[in-house]
Design a protein around this ligand. Sequence first.
Ligand SMILES: Cc1ncc(COP(=O)(O)O)c(C=O)c1O
Length: 430
Amino acid sequence: MSDRKDKHPALRPPTAVLTRGFDPSLSVGSARPAVFRSSTYVFSSPEAAERAFAVMSGREQRAENETVDLIYSRFNHPNAEILEDQIVPLEKGAQAAAVFNSGMAAIMTSILTVAQPGQQIVYTVPLYGGTQHFIHEFLEPFGIRGTPVPAGDGDALDEAIRSTGNLAVVFIETPANPTMTMTDIRRAAVAAAGRGDGNRALVMVDNTILGPTFQHPLDLGADLSLYSATKYLSGFSDMIGGVAIAADGELIRRIRGRRGLFGNILQPDECWMLDGRLPTVALRMNRASKNAQRIAEQLAGRKEIRKVYYPTLFDDAEQIRIRTAQCDFPGALFSVDLYGGKPAAFDFLRHLKIARNAVSLGGVETLACHPKTTTHSSVSQQELELAGVTDGLVRISVGIEDWRDLLADFEQALAAIPAEAGVGQLRSGS
Ligand SMILES: Cc1ncc(COP(=O)(O)O)c(C=O)c1O
C-alpha cells in the first residue's frame, strides 16, 4: 500500500490525507480502507518470503517502487501501512511514521531505539507524568541517566546539552503540560547539532498538545515528533494510540524494528479508526483553539483566579518570542490557578455541568482535571514546584461545543466556590 504514496507528490495536506497511501483496488474497490484483521499473510512465493524478512530486518533495502510481501501483524499490516502513509502529510517536513498502541509506547520505543545503558537523556520539566515516571522508574534503573531542565529555560537547556557526556536524547514537551510553558525547539536542535562529539543526540518533541496542526518540530530541526494519538489525532476520547514521525526514514525503520520486538504496534481496528479521523484533525483543532482562546481570555479577569496559563496570555517576553516563532495558533488547552488552593479547585470541578472531570485532553468534548492529585500525582514535590503545578491548578481541555455555553459553565462553577475556599483567601492575602 505504501508503494503508491508518490502518485500525487505535490498535493496539499488536506488532500493528501484523503488520497495518499490507499489503493481501492487492494480493498476490493472499497472507497475507504477496509479493516484487515489477519495475524499472518500468505507469501506469493518462498523467495518473496525470504525477501520480505530481509527487508523487514534491515539486512536488505526495499528498491524504489518495489512491493514487498506482508509477513505478520506484529511487524506490519495493511491498516498500519495505510495510516502511516496518510499521517505523513499532516506533519511538515515528515518522510515516515510508525504507529503504536499508546502514546507511551511511541515514547518508550523511540527512546529505547537510540539510547543504550550508560548513555544519558536531557529532558524538560514538566513532562507528561507518565513520561517523567518512565524516566525515573525505568530508564534510570536501566542505566540511562536523566537530567531535568526547566521548560522554557533556553540557557539551561543549552548548557545541559553541551555538558552532558554520552548524550543520546534531548526530550522536549512543548508546550509543557499543564502550565503551557514553551521551549525553543530550534534552539535545542542547534545545540544538539553543535555538540561536535560525532555522536549527535537526537531531539525528540512530544507534539501532542499543538501538533500536527499548530506546531511543526521537524521543520524546526527536531529529529522526531511524538504523539499520544489518544488526544487530538483521534479526537473522540474513544481509543488509545501513539505515533512517531520523522524526516529520516531510516530512523523510523529502526523504530519499527524495536516495535516488532516489543509487540506494541497499533492493532488493525484502531488503525482504521484513527485513519478515519485524520481528515478532520485540523478542523477539530482549529475550532477547539478558537473556543479556548475566547474562554481563557474572558476568564483571565475573574476574582477567583490567580493566573490563567494560556499562550495568548503569556507575560514573559521570551515566552512570547517562542510562541510567535514556533506556533501558528495557541491551541485548546489552558490551566487556571485558583486562589483557594485544593478546596477551591475541587469545588470548581464538582460544580461543572458541561465540562467533565476527567484526565486526558484533545477530545471534541471539554474535560477538566486537577493535575497535582491525578496526572502529576507521582511527580516529586520538588519537580512539581519547579514546574509550577500548584494545589489550586485546574487543567482544562476545551472541546468543540459552543464556547458561550462553556464560558457560562466555568463562570457558574467559579461563582459556586464558597468564599472561605476561594476569594476570601485572596482578600486575606494568601
Ligand atoms: C502530552 C502527553 N504525552 C504523552 C501521553 C501518553 O499518551 P497515552 O496515554 O496515549 O499513552 C499523554 C497522555 O495523557 C500526554 O498528555
